[in-house]
Design a protein around this ligand. Structure first.
Ligand SMILES: Cc1cc2nc3c(=O)[nH]c(=O)nc-3n(C[C@H](O)[C@H](O)[C@H](O)COP(=O)(O)O)c2cc1C
Length: 259
């Protein structure tokens, strides 16, 4: 059985939550899936103060004491993860952004490989697809395999036609997500992610040392020697691109300490 957890960024517990429930009902009725809904406003989440201690020393040194680790643990225990948000002022909701900021250092130290991600955006009239793209970008940076999400329009009062349209969109989305969940969890990487890996590694080796948490994280994961974030057989083209990148990136000058 697969576990899917949906993180919902709406305090109103109305349209976005309803869309998430429809999506999860779809996957539970079609597949061997157990789901959990996590409404972010039911948890304690504090706004990041920007001290960057998590980047430099590690997330356990964060001065904020909230439910961040509970939420991360829920993601780690899941095979599939959904971020769902209403469109507020043409962006994710405030609480969703606070949540994403709390994961900020994980763009440097990604950890959600092998897990499938998808986004759900509920909008009143305009701007949802851009937000969906943003969520996909964030999730890819965290290490997830991203499956195309859905944007649903839900303005009160919802007409029968709008309800049927949303239902159809979410049903197709459930099927797409289930299909992805059944695929191998560690596929050959897309070229862009291979480049992200090689460029990230090169920057860390060039600019950091053992006193930096990013350095020890990448070192301890074996990423200074590996082909990619996880064991995978690269094809000839990927090997060539990776090798060329490593070669040219290694030739860049080391930054000199400021006088
Ligand atoms: C503060 C606020 C800002 C909003 N901004 C937008 C917007 O920029 N674009 C849009 O299409 N809808 C906007 N809406 C409408 C919501 O996206 C829409 O009503 C959605 O269904 C709300 O989901 P919810 O019931 O889960 O909160 C906004 C709603 C609120 C409360």
């Amino acid at each position: 059985m697969k576990k899917v957890t949906a993180f919902v960024g709406t305090a109103s517990k109305k349209h976005t939550l309803y869309a998430v429930r429809q999506f999860l009902n779809g996957i539970e009725s079609q597949g061997d899936v157990e789901s959990e809904v996590v409404v972010l406003s039911d948890y304690k989440l504090e706004a990041c103060r920007g001290c960057k201690v998590c980047f430099a020393k590690g997330e356990e040194f964060c001065p904020l004491k909230d439910d961040r680790d509970v939420l991360i643990e829920k993601m780690m225990m899941s095979d599939g993860v959904v971020f769902a948000t209403p469109n507020y002022s043409f962006q994710v909701s405030g609480i969703m952004k606070v949540f994403l900021d709390r994961l900020g250092c994980m763009f440097h130290r990604p950890r959600f490989f092998g897990k499938v991600f998808t986004g759900i955006v509920v909008q009143g009239f305009y701007g949802g697809p851009k937000i969906l793209k943003y969520l996909d970008f964030v999730a890819q940076g965290l290490g997830f395999r991203v499956t195309k999400g859905s944007c649903v329009t839900a303005l009160d009062p919802m007409t029968e036609k709008a309800k049927r349209k949303a239902e159809a969109v979410l049903k197709a989305h459930s099927a797409r997500f289930l299909d992805r969940l059944s695929q191998p969890p560690y596929p050959s990487p897309p070229l862009v992610m291979l480049m992200v890996f090689r460029m990230g590694r090169s920057s860390i080796l060039r600019e950091l040392d053992e006193t930096a948490r990013d350095y020890t994280y990448w070192r301890d994961k074996g990423w200074f020697e590996s082909d990619y974030f996880y064991p995978v057989r690269l094809n000839v083209f990927q090997k060539a691109v990776g090798g060329l990148l490593d070669y040219f990136l290694a030739r860049r000058a080391k930054p000199q300490p400021q006088p």
